[in-house]
Design a protein around this ligand. Structure first.
Ligand SMILES: Nc1ncnc2c1ncn2[C@@H]1O[C@H](COP(=O)(O)OP(=O)(O)OP(=O)(O)O)[C@@H](O)[C@H]1O
Ligand SMILES: [Mg+2]
Length: 251
């Protein structure tokens, strides 16, 4: 697939749960090969719903979904989509279901027709690449929240997808692990859409940030806070950092 070809195209997509007010309301999105897009939006604005529509887990009430240039409508159309697009669920417990980490990470490759040995090799390799070597025999449900997050990512990456949909991947990660995740994402060389409420994390890992509100997506610079105030552990005065701008002391 060429760089800059259209991978995900959503046209006038509407969706509501059980006939309630629409969560997605004539939403449009064009996502291209090579894009690393951040997606922000308030709780309940429909980011997770959007991912589930792209994966075919929810069916829009109207609109057109095209993925890799193909119009996808019914369950049978989404088989190929799910091989090429990996979804990291917001809740790791939706992702992990096997007794051990190795079984969970090998499950995807096995499902894609790899042999037991190949699947195991891929699983070992993927776990190692995420700094999780030695986790193979750990009991999945006994992992900590952050460990589950990373193992979930391993299950997605083991399928060798072309595109990732990452639903709040940094939630529950400590500072060191979050930094590791940033490095991993930067080195992946994959296209992805990344949902997060953390502007610093998004700034590090994505090329542009879109905003979701009122059932639609906009690239609205105005609505994204570009400066923030915080205090350092050392130093007496709070000050502002502008992204890419000068370091301004507050007087
Ligand atoms: N299975 C469901 N049944 C009914 N309503 C739902 C269901 N899942 C989500 N909703 C509602 O749809 C809206 C959008 O939810 P969604 O999970 O997509 O938001 P979100 O932007 O991902 O939020 P968050 O930032 O909290 O993860 C919310 O009002 C939510 O209550
Ligand atoms: Mg969500």
């Amino acid at each position: 697939m060429d760089k800059n070809s259209l991978i995900i195209s959503l046209e006038d997509i509407s969706f509501s749960y059980h006939g309630r007010v629409p969560v997605l309301d004539k939403l449009n999105l064009s996502f291209y090969q090579g894009d690393r897009m951040g997606l922000m939006g308030p709780n309940g604005s429909g980011k997770t719903t959007l991912f589930h529509v792209i994966m075919g887990l929810l069916k829009p009430s109207s609109g057109r979904v095209e993925i890799f240039g193909r119009h996808v409508r019914e369950e049978k159309d989404f088989g190929g989509v799910r091989q090429r697009i990996g979804l990291l669920f917001q809740d790791a417990d939706d992702q992990l279901f096997s007794p051990t980490v190795l079984e969970d990470v090998a499950f995807g490759p096995l499902n894609l027709g790899k042999s037991q040995d190949e699947a195991k090799t891929i699983a070992y390799r993927t776990l190692q690449s995420l700094g999780l070597a030695g986790f193979e025999d750990r009991i999945t449900y006994k992992l900590s929240g952050g460990e589950k997050r990373l193992v979930s990512l391993a299950t997605v990456l083991a399928m060798e997808p072309q595109v990732l949909l990452l639903d709040e991947p940094s939630t529950g990660l400590d500072e060191t692990t979050e930094k590791r995740l940033i490095d991993i994402l930067k080195n992946l060389n994959l296209s992805y859409i990344l949902v997060s409420h953390n502007i610093d994390f998004l700034t590090e890992t994505t090329d542009y940030i879109s905003y979701m509100a009122n059932g639609k997506i906009s690239l609205d610079e105005e609505s994204i806070p570009h400066t923030h105030v915080h205090t350092h552990k050392h130093g007496r005065y709070a000050h502002k950092h502008s992204l890419g701008g000068p370091h301004k002391e507050r007087t």
